[in-house]
Design a protein around this ligand. Sequence first.
Ligand SMILES: Cc1cc2nc3c(=O)[nH]c(=O)nc-3n(C[C@H](O)[C@H](O)[C@H](O)COP(=O)(O)O)c2cc1C
Length: 174
Amino acid sequence: MTKPTPLDEEIKLDPKRSIVSETDAKGKITFANDYFIEISGYSREELIGKPHSIVRHPDMPKVVFKLLWETIKAGKNINAVVKNMAKDGRYYWIFTEFEIRRDNDTQKIIGYHASRKTISKHVIEVIAKLYKKLLEIEKTQGIEASEKYLVEFLKEKGDDIEFADIMEEIHRFY
Ligand SMILES: Cc1cc2nc3c(=O)[nH]c(=O)nc-3n(C[C@H](O)[C@H](O)[C@H](O)COP(=O)(O)O)c2cc1C
């Protein structure tokens, strides 16, 4: 499937509704709620079995997903601010809570769950600026350099701050 061309147009989200999806352990979509379908513009058939990169926006730095995957694969839940792209190229910013799905008997990770909600304009501004910088670094110097920048950014905020805390920290600091 060819990727849509990004449009500089934001989709307004209903603050009362959540965009929910689930994946298997490899990240293939196994469930998408009605609001995901409505906002993304993709049909359920187009989403099921695909990775979430189907809604990936080119403004998102790779390092965010690298750290996201490192965290959830290690069995830790994480929150992250993400900019997604709908099928028609429009974008929407969401606050995403990622949760691990485990087998009740074996406790093995069987997949992941994501629930997404709207986020304040102010947080979007702060994060958009950080992501823009990370993307610039990635394009010119690669992902190791952008990860280093992000680690330094976090260090400036405090000693024990991990990427997993970054979004809450950003709420607290700005
Ligand atoms: C449960 C779950 C939900 C995800 N939701 C999104 C999402 O909404 N948007 C997104 O770009 N990536 C999402 N991802 C991350 C993607 O798996 C992927 O890492 C990302 O789109 C970057 O694509 P790439 O790894 O092919 O570069 C999600 C991953 C999981 C496990």
